[in-house]
Design a protein around this ligand. Sequence first.
Ligand SMILES: NC(=O)C1=CN([C@@H]2O[C@H](COP(=O)(O)OP(=O)(O)OC[C@H]3O[C@@H](n4cnc5c(N)ncnc54)[C@H](OP(=O)(O)O)[C@@H]3O)[C@@H](O)[C@H]2O)C=CC1
Ligand SMILES: O=C(O)C1=N[C@H](C(=O)O)C[C@H](O)C1
Length: 245
Amino acid sequence: MLKIAVMGASGRMGKMLIEAVQAADDCALHIALDKGDDVRAGLAGADVMIDFTRPEATLAHLAVCADLGVKAVIGTTGFDETQKAEIARFAERTAVVFAPNMSVGVNVVLKLLDLAARAMNEGFDIEIVEAHHRMKVDAPSGTALQMGQVVADALGRDLKACAVYGREGVTGVRDPSTIGFATVRGGDIIGDHTVLFAGMGERIEISHKASNRTIYAQGSLRAARFLAGQRVGLFGMNDVLGFAR
Ligand SMILES: NC(=O)C1=CN([C@@H]2O[C@H](COP(=O)(O)OP(=O)(O)OC[C@H]3O[C@@H](n4cnc5c(N)ncnc54)[C@H](OP(=O)(O)O)[C@@H]3O)[C@@H](O)[C@H]2O)C=CC1
Ligand SMILES: O=C(O)C1=N[C@H](C(=O)O)C[C@H](O)C1
């Protein structure tokens, strides 16, 4: 049995994860922790921590995992570059899967985007549109940013230099080297992502739409099982799903 500690237990994802762990034959809920609980005492004896909280909280939890040798699945989004580097450092001491989207579907889409961007490397304007529920606090979504990164890498562009986050006023004509991001927030939208390749005479849209958060919880359990075979290192869902081979 894989002993799982769920952080952010009363959050939208925390609740889904508790249900998924309890329903899995090969996993046991070691502990479910909320803000204010004793993290060190709670994580002691766990095999894997699954954390969908906020960046500062995740980093504090990961520090304890690294001390105790507990492996970690991190679904939290909204990290800045310095915080991402901290995660990489903790992964030198314990094994970590870090991915902005744990769903199999989104990770298949990432592969399709690599193929699409390489094939449409000229004459197509690339725009990424994402929509989420009104309670989401970070924008663009971690998934949209990862999609942008995959496309930029495939095209040999530097995402930091070519990303455009929203437009307003007299913007001038579109610079073809840019990758645009647009964010929609409202109601209970679980998570929609579309990458648009807009050319002259044709338009390709590659979309993923989530209709249930179980996809993220099930992906997280796959990641936890994968970590059982690792000692240290930073992994993504491409490693978990075997796409990196
Ligand atoms: N990788 C993926 O597949 C997915 C990633 N996500 C990401 O997961 C994260 C959480 O999403 P969601 O569940 O919707 O958010 P919620 O706001 O519903 O849940 C976040 C949880 O984290 C807790 N939390 C916040 N700050 C702290 C802290 N300092 N210490 C301990 N716990 C804390 C919250 O407690 P309290 O309410 O008391 O503040 C809450 O229980 C987001 O970053 C989201 O983008 C979401 C879905 C899928
Ligand atoms: O906050 C959410 O809900 C989600 N966040 C992740 C992200 O930022 O990409 C993944 C998913 O889209 C749901």
